[in-house]
Design a protein. Sequence first.
Length: 86
Amino acid sequence: MSNLRDVRESIEANLDEVPGVADNLHAIFPKTIDQFESDPRVSFSKLDNKWILEDDNGDEWEFDEAHKRWIPSVRDQSPQAFDLEL
């Protein structure tokens, strides 16, 4: 599980460095709780205590409250999705 945590931290740390990614996400993903509640792609996970968004490609994102931005979710990912050695 620590490998997945490392991958997530790496994704979060480098997300803003990918040209256009942060700008595009901010343009198409909801930004406020009112928008979350009215967007059919967004649900609140009581188990994880966070907002989850499933985009048009079927990828899941979770809202990082501390940084006020959407980050890729790794909760449903297998190590194979990240090509990790087991």
